[in-house]
Ligand binder design. Structure first.
Ligand SMILES: [Zn+2]
Length: 90
């Protein structure tokens, strides 16, 4: 009997590869740098492909490096906090 878990693992690897290819396909529409800090992005670098963030909105594709993505999310959190906690303690 063929090991099912082995089969599933292989399928997952296949899917991951397909995902990556789709992601790389999107990157082809992009410029080769972060939208915020202009840091160079190497689409052949798997590590970069996995860590950089892509935001797809309709037919616009935006690319963010991990640093800028983290900063953007922090900013969003701070804005949210600002709304929920008015500046009473200042
Ligand atoms: Zn950046």
């Amino acid at each position: 009997m063929v090991s099912l878990s082995k089969k599933i693992k292989r399928q997952q690897q296949k899917d991951a590869k397909k995902d990556l290819q789709e992601k790389v396909g999107l990157f082809n529409k992009l410029q080769d740098h972060c939208l915020v800090c202009q840091k160079d992005f190497d689409k052949k670098n798997k590590e970069m492909v996995m860590t950089w963030s892509v935001v797809v909105k309709e037919d616009t594709v935006r690319l963010y490096c991990p640093e800028c993505w983290g900063r953007a999310n922090k900013l969003i959190e701070e804005i949210k906090d600002g709304y929920t906690n008015p500046e009473n303690d200042v």
